[in-house]
Design a protein around this ligand. Structure first.
Ligand code: GLA
Length: 721
């Protein structure tokens, strides 16, 4: 049984394949967390409780204790997991144990994305109920062990069982103390066009915040945080990690207290989210996914990947091979006609490309980015036969047709804005800050949600559309609503997310065969919340392959390659001006969901042949790329080379990708060291026929050819004999 309660010792033992998570019910101080780490046989770590008290101390014992759900005002001075202001005007909360229950399965989270089960036997859940008797704040924490996936999920339901309103000001979905502080912290940071760089910094006696207040999970920080052993590497060492299944503002904190113990926590961002709870009302927090790995960062990522790929992503596209697409954005931007689009599509179909995506500029009078968002009506000047006419012609070429939308936005120059100027986020009496000359619709309002559902459904129902790119191109300002009372205004950002999730749930259920891809100025909303509705996300607007090595490598810390849109674009690259070969561009894009974003008719015959061959290769290997176990082999953040590898244990297929940035004269051939192979099995290189033992590929390494110019790449396909 993955979850047990030892009544004598008052220990809850949550046990995955390789981890244990042990909670202790202290008679006076409440719920304590005594251990999270490698798997223990029985979880009895109750003996650790007394180890938190030294000799004389200025601090209260209560504050030193390893609280599972720390609150404020009674001696604990770190980041609280739960905080509620009461009618008396204070925010003191002290939680005492009420009850618990253990059952098979996992319940759904009302209105929020979450990891799911297909069979009750896949999961065991523990619910622990705590209560603050004075205010009536009732905290129900649900833990689920997904034994096979080797992850733990955690969320809270906060109920006001008292007689007066409460305002929740802190709602951390997960907050875990760890013994000691000799850890490094990992977070993923960036900006537009350079998302998710891996940062590794020593933890110190300080509180470090990783956060977004932007109303989106953001380009700048990702809702993920990890602590690791000082000596942890991609292959070895202990890592404790969490990611939030949420697409809006978040806060992650790593801190060390004055007794040299660490804590990390993750949840909604209290800077931009407070929630008023009337008596009887319930607030559900987002879910956090917790991973412990004793096999370094690859072990951590593999647990996240499999959970996200198989039990967070839903729908028919979860398991189907994803089509190779071509998108017209970087080929035409806003300047296209039906004829020019058909030319691109016809060229692409002859190369074996399977899906054509029409990007921004097909609706209203949109010839640049200053108008028409919200008016989802085809521009007949550009497309005289409508979306339907265009889609059918593309279908006749043997390709699916896909379409770009930015449904959450409105341009001030649009019929929608003229009709409903109050439908965007705003504060009365203040000017409305514009970004990319657009405003954000107020998705906390039901009528706005319904408008979006109707407008998008109207387009999807009237043409054979097989794919949707769901974009979102600015962050929130004046994130308040014209439609709610002052005491609820600080709920607007979260109410927006709940509204967005309702819209996404409704539309993706209504069009189950459509493949949806998320986007936000590239990868500004690449998170586990979005992946519940759409199996893939456009990773970055930066398509330069050298930059993409780092972006895709960093993204893979949490998210599987099957979730990452990756396209071959023009050279010189539009974002960096760097010139690279089509081979390098294609072989980097092959590390994600492969596609194109350029005018193919401008390529030389030789380059077109490379495109044709890569399309063929991707079709042959995409099952391995989509479902295989992913290993990062060499980091583009630390050297001239980068490498990663996909291993399909069942079929025995292996794809190993290696990249070199700059050429060096007179080198020794660089070797790449494979991982995850059977040491005693033999692997044949499909191209050359050469055979190597798994041990040799992992320990002696595979020498790469000597490069003859900058920006080189090599793809090896092996098959286990
Ligand atoms: C965003 C996206 C791009 C493209 C443009 C269109 O920047 O990330 O891929 O769709 O919008 O305006």
């Amino acid at each position: 049984m993955p979850i047990t309660y030892n009544q004598d010792k008052r220990i809850f033992h949550l046990q995955g394949k390789t981890f244990s998570y042990c909670l202790f019910l202290d008679a006076s101080m409440g719920l304590m967390n005594l251990y999270w780490g490698g798997r223990l046989p029985d979880g009895d770590v109750s003996y650790l409780m007394d180890s938190y008290w030294g000799g004389a101390s200025f601090d209260l014992t209560y504050g030193r204790a390893p609280h599972e759900i720390p609150t404020r005002g009674t001696g604990y001075y770190g980041t609280p997991a739960v905080c509620a202001e009461n009618e008396q005007g204070n925010d003191v909360v002290k939680l005492t144990y009420v009850a618990h229950s253990i059952r098979s399965g996992k319940r759904r989270l009302e209105g929020l994305p979450a990891v799911y089960v297909e069979d009750e036997r896949e999961a065991t859940s523990l619910v622990i109920e705590l209560l603050d008797p004075l205010t009536g704040l009732h905290v129900e924490t649900e833990y689920t062990v997904m034994e096979d996936l080797d992850v733990l999920t955690r969320s809270m339901r906060l109920k006001n069982t008292g007689n007066a309103a409460l305002t929740l000001t802190h709602m951390q979905s997960a907050s875990v103390p760890l013994y000691g502080y000799d850890y490094d912290m990992i977070n993923l940071s960036g900006a537009w066009a350079r998302e998710r760089a891996i940062n590794r910094t020593p933890l110190n006696h300080a509180s470090v915040r990783v956060e977004s207040q932007r109303g989106a999970s953001s380009h700048e920080q990702n809702p993920f945080i990890a602590l690791c052993d000082k000596n942890a590497t991609e292959q070895a060492g202990s890592v404790w990690a969490m990611t939030l299944v949420y697409s809006g503002s978040f806060l992650a904190v790593a801190e060390v207290n004055n007794f040299d113990n660490a804590r990390m926590s993750l949840g909604l961002n209290p800077e931009v989210c407070h929630w008023r709870l009337a008596p009887g009302e319930v607030f559900q927090t987002p879910e956090a996914i917790l991973v412990y790995s004793d096999a370094g960062f690859n072990g951590m990522s593999q647990r996240f990947h499999k959970t996200i790929r198989t039990r967070l992503v839903r729908g028919v596209w979860r398991d189907q091979p994803r089509p190779i697409l071509i998108n017209n954005w970087e080929a035409t931007y806003f300047q296209f006609t039906e004829e020019s689009i058909l030319d691109i599509a016809s060229f692409a179909s002859k190369l074996g490309i399977e899906l054509f995506v029409l990007d921004d500029g097909w609706f209203g009078k949109r010839d640049q980015d200053n108008c028409s968002l919200g008016d989802w009506v085809v521009n007949r000047r550009k497309l005289p036969h409508g979306i339907d006419g265009l889609a059918r012609k593309i279908n006749e070429m043997g390709m699916r047709f896909g379409l770009w939308f930015e449904p959450e936005m409105v341009s001030p120059d649009s019929d929608l804005y003229r009709a409903h100027p109050d439908w965007c986020l705003h504060v009365d009496g203040r000017s409305r800050t514009e970004a990319r000359q657009q405003q954000i619709l107020d998705l906390s309002r039901r009528e706005v949600q319904d408008y979006i559902i109707d407008a998008i459904s109207g387009v999807l129902s009237n043409a054979p559309i097989g794919y949707v790119k769901w974009d979102m191109n600015r962050n929130m300002t004046e994130y308040f609503s014209g439609n709610c009372a002052p005491e609820h205004q600080m709920e607007t950002q979260h109410r927006y997310m709940l509204g967005l999730y309702r819209v996404l749930e409704t539309i993706t259920n209504a069009y189950p065969d459509v493949l949806f891809e998320g986007c936000s100025g590239g990868g500004g909303r690449f998170d586990a919340g979005f992946l519940h509705y759409m199996p893939q996300v456009w990773t970055s607007d930066d398509t330069d392959p050298v930059e993409r090595l780092a972006i895709q490598y960093g993204t893979s810390m949490v998210y599987p390659p099957s979730a990452m849109g990756a396209h071959v674009s023009a050279s010189p690259n539009h974002q960096t001006g760097r010139a690279t070969s089509v081979k390098m561009r294609a072989e980097v894009a092959l590390g994600g969901n492969f596609g194109f974003e350029l005018d193919l008719s401008k390529l030389s015959q030789q380059d077109l042949e490379t495109v044709r061959q890569t399309v063929q290769t991707v079709k042959e290997v995409r099952a391995t790329l989509q479902k295989g176990t992913f290993f990062r082999l060499e980091s583009p953040f630390s050297g001239n080379f980068a490498a990663w590898q996909f291993v399909d244990e069942e079929s025995g297929d292996v794809v190993l990708c290696a990249y070199q940035r700059l050429v060096k004269p007179n080198p020794t051939a660089h070797r790449v060291f494979a991982q995850g192979l059977c040491p005693d099995a033999f692997y044949q290189d499909i191209a050359s026929g050469a055979t190597y033992s798994g041990s040799a590929l992992m320990h002696a390494g595979l020498p790469l050819p000597i490069a003859t110019g900058d920006y080189s790449s090599w793809i090896y396909r092996f098959h286990r004999q």
